[in-house]
Write a protein that binds this ligand. Structure first.
Ligand code: ZN
Ligand code: ZN
Length: 332
């Protein structure tokens, strides 16, 4: 039996079917396709500009391998450094993941700062969640985790002078966030998601998401084809107090399965629809938290993180990290 040929090169045997384009692709053409789409998205929104210093937020999961692989190949690794955050969740063997990521990044010329939630707050995520539970705080662990990771990346970017923070959010993540914002009626949140939206405060570093048009199955396939060997561990908190996002994730997954390309078209439509309004958003829309001094909504005097930690009984948060590392920026 002759295997079917790739629809692009028409030379090599096809290895994968790409539902949203209806094409069969060989390994090489698939990897090339993902890379080209990432670069096109970066250029379309001018995510990377000459002189940028970029902090990469790398979790050590598959998406972060794809982000690092493509960015370090296309742009100067000397203008980048990375931060990996250990959340501190038992059984979720992040230290191993992070160690592997660090070696992988070093091979590509990118230094990784490894830090933890404990270093910043004084408690691991597990401890924070347990304290919150004891006080019957009905907040999902994912909420604590998400806020803390965002805060830490921004803190490191500011501390070490990066003017962009790149994260490895994929198309599935981005479509979920958009729909969650719509379902919550958070129009400003939806606008802030647009790649041209400016940060809402001078203390917030501009975030870029180069993988936002690449499906999650594609990042998984990319690392598999590239032979990057790793296993994704599942977080123990994944099913505890499902957030609205978790429900949206299931619904969108089923929709995409029935109608391939749906998520891509959703995001594409929002990109076009919201562009003008998003780029004119205010850059001084926030005020400073009375406790930590970080940006917070004009409606609050204390930021969401300080409030959530206080509700968990943590009032002595550290909010700084040891000055143990200076990234090797400006290398030639
Ligand atoms: Zn091919
Ligand atoms: Zn605060």
């Amino acid at each position: 039996m002759v295997s079917e040929l790739c629809d692009v090169c028409k030379k090599r045997p096809a290895s994968i079917y790409q539902p949203h384009t209806g094409r069969k692709l060989c390994k090489e053409c698939f990897i090339d396709d993902v890379k080209k789409r990432v670069v096109a998205e970066i250029k379309r929104w001018r995510m990377v500009e000459p002189g940028d210093e970029i902090l990469l937020g790398l979790s050590g999961g598959k998406d972060s391998y794809v982000l690092l692989d493509i960015l370090s190949e296309v742009y100067k690794p000397s203008r980048m450094f990375a931060v990996s955050i250990i959340e501190g969740i038992p059984g979720y063997n992040r230290e191993e993941d992070v160690k592997r990521m660090k070696v992988f990044a070093k091979d590509r010329g990118v230094d990784v700062i490894v830090t933890s939630i404990r270093e910043y707050v004084g408690h691991s995520l597990y401890e924070i969640v347990m304290r919150a539970l004891r006080r019957k705080v009905r907040v999902s662990p994912c909420t604590y985790c998400g806020i803390l990771r965002r805060r830490l990346l921004n803190f490191y970017a500011r501390t070490y002078g990066a003017n962009k923070v790149a994260t490895a959010h994929n198309l599935d993540d981005e479509a979920q966030t958009a729909v969650v914002n719509i379902l919550r009626g958070d129009y400003v949140g939806l606008l802030r998601l647009h790649p041209l939206a400016p940060p809402a405060s001078k203390k917030l570093v501009k975030r870029i998401k180069p993988l936002r048009k690449v499906y999650e199955w594609e990042t998984a396939t990319y690392v598999y084809f590239k032979g990057y060997n790793f296993q994704e561990t599942e977080c123990m908190f994944i099913n505890m107090m499902p957030t609205l996002r978790a429900r949206v994730r299931d619904a969108l997954y089923r929709l995409e399965w029935k109608k391939p390309g749906s998520l891509l078209r959703l995001l594409e439509t929002l990109d076009v629809l919201l562009e003008d309004e998003a780029k004119n958003l205010a850059t001084n829309a926030l005020k400073e938290c009375e406790v930590c001094g970080e940006p917070t909504s004009p409606k609050r005097s204390v930021c969401k993180l300080c409030e959530l930690l206080e509700r968990a009984g943590i009032v002595e948060a550290v909010y700084q990290v040891p000055n143990k590392y200076v990234p090797r920026l400006y290398r030639t």
